[in-house]
Unconditional design. Sequence first.
Lengths: 381, 259
Amino acid sequence: MQWTDDHDRFRQAVRGVLDREVQPHVDEWEAAGIFPGHQLFKALGSAGLFGLEYDPADGGQGADHSYTVILGEELGRVGCGGIPMAISVQTDMATPSLARFGTPELKAAYLAPALRGEMVASIAVTEPDAGSDVAGLRTRAVRDGDEWVINGSKLYITNGTQADWLCLLARTSDEGGSRGMSQIVFPTSTPGFSVSRSLKKLGNRSSDTAELSFVDARVPVANTIGEIGQGFRQQMRQFQNERMIAAYSAVGAMTVALEKTAAYLKERKAFGQPLLANQYLQYSLAELSAEVDMLRHYNYACADAYLRGEDTTRFATIAKLKAGRLHRKVADTCLQFHGGAGYMEETWVSRFFRDGRLLSIGGGADEVMLRVMSVLDGFTA
Amino acid sequence: MNVVVCVKQIPDPANPGKLTSETHTIVRDGKLILDDSDAYGVEMALQLVDAAGGGEVTLVSMAPHSETSGLRTALAMGAAKAILVSDDALAGSDALSTAKVLAAAIKRAEPDLVIAATESTDGYTGTTPVQVAEVLGWPSISFAKKVAVADGTVKVDRQTETGYDSVEVSLPALVTVTAGVVEPRYPSFKGIMAAKGKPVEELKVTDLGLEPGQVGAAGARQEVVSVEPAEARKAGEIVVDEGDGYEKIVAFLEQIKVI
Ligand SMILES: Cc1cc2nc3c(=O)[nH]c(=O)nc-3n(C[C@H](O)[C@H](O)[C@H](O)COP(=O)(O)OP(=O)(O)OC[C@H]3O[C@@H](n4cnc5c(N)ncnc54)[C@H](O)[C@@H]3O)c2cc1C
Ligand SMILES: Cc1cc2nc3c(=O)[nH]c(=O)nc-3n(C[C@H](O)[C@H](O)[C@H](O)COP(=O)(O)OP(=O)(O)OC[C@H]3O[C@@H](n4cnc5c(N)ncnc54)[C@H](O)[C@@H]3O)c2cc1C
């Protein structure tokens, strides 16, 4: 990864925008269990943070993937996991397929407004009976003339209570398994659609998570993203973007957490000296810092491969797996070294501990990453 | 309407600065960045030009080593072009010689209005802009918290200790703005890329019709004689409230003669 003055300038700008638009409101949004999606996304869209890698003709910024690395790292520095996740859904989870495979009409109607921050998007894959096993999903779109008639439900959908459209993965034929699925842009104003529940969570509380219901909901077949029947493959590719940005953000979050913990341990005194005078604490932080650095540079290798146009399935899988595991270790250590203060809601580290736990579950659980790895590396019998 | 914004490029305040041992001036070896104070001026200028429905924003900066990094940031925000004065002859310039240089560069851009910050983040004498106006022979208004241009005049709400004064002068004029006059935009990726192609004219002292003897250490009327570290803050006194805390506070306030 070759960092230039342009990258520095962009990083400063992203940090400035997030410091201004997100940081001051985090506590309020965490308490409210939701953030004002349309208001925040409008501000971030105007600042040019959305659609970094997409074609300017579609409302994108025309940057390369190295700028997504910066966006991810800077998002991680925000003092919570919820808002970065909500933003990443808009930038790297719900929109990559539409940008890649969408028709010009579909992109003009849904992608461009999302990139301007006028529309909030969700990615709707997981169902009550299908999470890790995406091929097991049941939501069905049956063709009736020029329309899909959709029935089913989706669960744990980020931004789900306030989304204007969903990138919906549904079954469009009876082939079964991973075949016969399509990605469809589903406007939430469609009759037959409803938000069944808003879910309370362990962490990422500022981000709304919903269960969604579809009863005879009709959308044009023209809303299909890419080819009918290619939805599973397209979604697997979209997952790579999701996993990459998750790993990039984790590095930003862990770096700040170690800095903040060290600062606290310098101030806090016990046994007549700052806690950080204990070599045990120093070395623990040093070792974690080393591991974060390894992930950071692994991320850069992943980004470089992506920039070269290579398939980054293996890179993204490993980065996401290791990010989740390392985040758990870092959060546990930072909390431990804060003592009782760390256990209190009012201390940042308790939120960091709760929020980070998702990384090993969302976007494919650790075990699903290991499953992919086993297949890729031939550890199967 | 054409606006010039004076932008100073300074060592990154995030890194602890150093002074040279002989001249006690700031070491400017590393990369210089846009002084945050000047981001307000750039934003103000962009908004004024926008409101006027035409014209452009030109940046003027004096900095060592042909430094353009801070200028590129301001160009990425939307300024159209820049004039940079960089010359070894400028080493050791004081605020007045800086003002002479800036004034000469500003004249080339023939602006209707010049905007600068009230004071810079590193040198913060807060004296350069008014000297620029004096050299140009133009009126100046400092401490602007609100700026509007109409019919050949600039109207300013000028921050005072008790409130603000409404001041109006005819153009061309110079205005210094405070932080908070407007909210500076952050450059987008597109802005950053566009800035790479925007013209930066680099000039030497002689290009401005100035003599090297008028500027730099040779022309300086100021010399930094010595630099002493500021006195360390003394630890505060902690008053423990044993039911008589208010009496102790009152006694303290009486002692320092505020009541
Ligand atoms: C806060 C939050 C936000 C989310 N946002 C979205 C969203 O916006 N859109 C969306 O579509 N989904 C979203 N999800 C869903 C998320 O992607 C799924 O929860 C995740 O993929 C796991 O699926 P599951 O919950 O059904 O777990 P299950 O599939 O029931 O798996 C449970 C556990 O079993 C283990 N396991 C699973 N498979 C294997 C295996 N093959 N071998 C060994 N062990 C295995 C793992 O430990 C796993 O955690 C979100 C989830 C959360 C918690
Ligand atoms: C001892 C000494 C040595 C110096 N050596 C050098 C040198 O080697 N090379 C060199 O280039 N300069 C040099 N300078 C000039 C110095 O960097 C300042 O530009 C000048 O002294 C103004 O001081 P200030 O920061 O207090 O400005 P202030 O009066 O506090 O600045 C107010 C505003 O005026 C504008 N402004 C001020 N300075 C500049 C500038 N340089 N360019 C554009 N706008 C400006 C900005 O808008 C700024 O916010 C030197 C100054 C001193 C005192």
